[in-house]
Design a protein around this ligand. Structure first.
Ligand code: GDP
Length: 331
């Protein structure tokens, strides 16, 4: 029996890796894209032929209900979200509607149709926010510090409430930062990999950064979608913290990326205050013990290998003219 998975946010980084995993496992994959961003489906590259794509606005409850009714998916993966945290201050209400509203509309559709669909919500380590201890696990209190994190937390609770009240198989993965060569260049890992590759090829000569002492728990998106899939294959729906348990500083990231190309980062990197954020904490690091115990999951990719893969991919893309070199950006 072929299983059907519906993925929101299919054209994002995680959408790509999750689709690839599900297709390998023989799933029928239905992908939803925002109608105004239909062109983004090119990002699915060689997978595009195998995925059924539907333009559906996640703000449109009727359209969502219809698509869920039409396909009656075995599994729904809700990955869609405006994911660049600083942007959420520009439109807090829009962020809430897209993140919390969409999750709630999906849950309502499953409940209203009386389906047994299993649903995954991409929750975020940002929900922990102002932490007073590290590492964090499933019992750590949430203290979100920005509209993105508050919206993610609200969606997270919606999953919990629908699970408890209606018995839906609804789970959240509290995902720490996860990267890949598909990460957008406004995120720090890709910003650095692209800049290092551009400098190596003589296409750029500087990189302006924010706080080099900022720290993150960075993992590989390809590993995280495996955890996401496993969460929906268990006997009981539960939430899991998904991260590597390792903290690295932004400086460490820069050293690693430039080091792959035998470049001395101190010659090129300067600090620009416009990239420094006033409202963040640097102790967001996962304790993924529950995922290891219950899902048999642990990350396979090391930090150094991940950064090397990102840098070398950018080098190849620049050499073949597939992308433009790094240019100084707005935060
Ligand atoms: P986030 O954790 O989802 O906000 O992911 P980012 O990749 O945007 O940022 C990761 C960390 O890198 C944060 O602590 C930033 O403050 C820090 N950082 C330092 N310099 C930069 C920079 O130039 N750009 C970005 N995006 N982040 C930077």
């Amino acid at each position: 029996m072929i299983r059907t998975a519906l993925i929101t946010g299919i054209t994002g980084q995680d959408g790509y890796y999750l689709s690839r995993l599900l297709l390998e496992k023989g799933y029928r994959v239905i992908g939803l894209v925002a109608p105004q961003r239909r062109n983004n489906i090119v990002k699915l590259g060689n997978l595009i032929e195998q995925i059924e794509i539907y333009p559906v606005a996640l703000t449109d409850a009727v359209a969502l209900l219809e698509v869920v009714e039409q396909f009656r998916p075995d599994e729904i993966y809700n990955l869609a979200a405006p994911s660049f945290v600083p942007d959420s201050w520009n439109d807090p209400l829009g962020t809430l509607d897209l993140i919390t509203g969409s999750a709630t509309r999906l849950l309502a559709a499953i409940h209203q149709l009386g389906l047994t669909t299993r649903v995954f919500e991409a929750s975020s380590s940002e929900m922990f926010g102002q932490v007073d201890h590290a590492p964090q696990d499933e019992n750590t209190p949430f203290r979100p510090m920005n509209p993105y994190a508050a919206a993610k937390l609200h969606a997270h609770w919606m999953m919990v409430h629908h699970r408890q009240r209606y018995g839906l198989f609804a789970c959240s993965g509290i995902l720490y930062n996860h990267e890949s060569p598909l990460r957008l260049p406004n995120f720090v890992t890709r910003k650095v990999s692209l800049a290092a590759a551009s400098i190596k090829l003589g296409l750029s000569d500087r990189l302006e950064m924010g706080n080099l002492q900022a720290k993150r728990d960075w993992g590989y998106a390809g590993d995280y979608v495996e955890a996401i899939w496993r969460m929906l294959q268990t006997n009981t729906p539960e939430d899991y913290v998904i991260g590597t348990g390792q903290l690295h500083s932004v400086q460490n990231l820069v050293e690693t990326a430039f080091g792959c190309l035998d470049l001395d980062w101190t010659r090129y990197v300067s600090i620009d205050s416009k990239f420094i954020r006033s409202d963040e904490h640097f102790q967001l690091v996962a304790n993924p013990a529950k995922a290891k115990r219950d899902l048999g999951w642990q990350p396979q990719m090391t930090f150094a290998k991940l950064i090397e893969e990102m840098v070398l991919t950018d080098l190849d893309r620049l050499r073949s003219g597939l992308i433009a070199p790094a240019v100084p950006q707005q935060p």
